[in-house]
Design a protein around this ligand. Structure first.
Ligand code: HEM
Length: 288
């Protein structure tokens, strides 16, 4: 590993496509069987009709990122496929139902901070928040050693884990070694099968750009509506889609009693499409 890297955005798209209930049908189905989708998934897997997702990546070099027309960490914008094409790297298949729902699913703890060597988190602020929020929730929900539970435990040796002992620890992890990791006292190995800690400097010239781009102001410009306007046109290709969207938004807004807030929402949508704001306003009145 020489310290070079690329920014990677991962996309996981269902081979079955995407179909949704409209608001009325969703309400009805939730009343009849709130676990409708879990049930559907379970039955499909049970009969061998395994659901599959195509996995793609978009890859950008740090140089490209620095020169890109907007901040690549702005999660309100996609990376247009024409600039950064989707490249398929695999297929994800769900081919097994849980044997025990509690041990396999309820005790499962996912986090973007659980990564294999070769991957590292970017400076994306949303990702950074999630790196800590999920393990915090898991420690509260499952206990401090939740990563030792069979459903969460890595199948391969864990390199340089920084966690030691704690409530309900059931490995001898660092045995009698001192309680610090990766210092001059190396080689220090994780006796439960891990490898010594390796140190990789991530301090590069690129860090300077990252620091600057992350302190961007939150002012909103016309560029912020470009993709939303394009999406609104895409939605328009399917009969009734725009109408359902307006009805869904109006239904949420009709619960907002503050008039100023309501009109701010109409104005925001008017920036996406000039009729859209007016149509939401109209539908909201009808919804009242
Ligand atoms: C890209 C944005 C995000 C995505 C795609 C996302 C996705 C998810 C998903 C799929 C779940 C599981 C829901 C379930 O169990 O049914 C979840 C739970 C959760 N999310 Fe997020 N989330 C995002 C942003 C955030 C942020 C910014 C935070 C906090 C700073 C956060 C904190 C949490 C927490 C604490 C849970 C509960 C975890 C648990 O029960 O163990 N999420 N999120």
């Amino acid at each position: 590993m020489d310290g070079t890297f690329s920014y990677v955005k991962v996309h996981i798209k269902p081979q079955l496509g995407i179909r949704n209930f409209d608001r009325e049908a969703a309400k009805q189905v939730a009343g009849e069987n709130p676990d409708y989708l879990v049930d559907d998934l379970y039955q499909a897997i049970a009969k061998g009709d395994y659901p599959k997702w195509n996995v793609y990546v978009q890859v950008m070099s740090p140089k490209q990122a620095e020169g890109y027309k907007w901040n690549i960490f702005d999660m309100t914008k996609v990376w247009p496929h024409k600039d950064v094409p989707l490249r398929q790297i695999g297929v994800l298949t769900l081919n097994k139902n849980p044997d025990n729902y509690f041990t396999d699913i309820e005790q499962a703890a996912f986090s973007p901070s659980t990564i294999v060597p070769g991957w590292a988190p970017s400076a994306d602020p949303m990702l950074q928040a999630r790196m800590f929020a999920y393990p915090d929730a898991a420690r509260y929900r499952l206990g401090t050693n939740y990563q030792m539970l069979p459903t969460n435990h890595a199948k391969s040796p864990v390199h340089c884990p920084y966690q030691r002992d704690g409530f309900m620890n059931f490995t001898d992890n660092y045995n009698d070694q001192p309680n610090y990791v990766g210092s001059q006292l190396e080689p220090m190995t994780f006796k439960a099968g891990g490898a010594p800690c390796s140190r990789l400097s991530t301090l590069t010239e690129h860090e300077k750009w990252t620091g600057e781009v992350l302190s961007y102001t939150s002012s909103v410009t016309a560029l912020d509506f470009e993709q939303a306007t394009a999406l609104w046109k895409v939605i328009g290709r399917e009969h009734g889609h725009q109408e359902r969207f307006i009805s869904n938004v109006a239904s949420s807004i009709s619960g907002v009693t503050d008039r100023r807030l309501r009109s701010a929402v109409y104005q925001l949508f008017a920036h996406v499409d000039k009729d859209l704001g007016a149509r939401i306003q109209e539908a909201t009145k009808l919804d009242n």
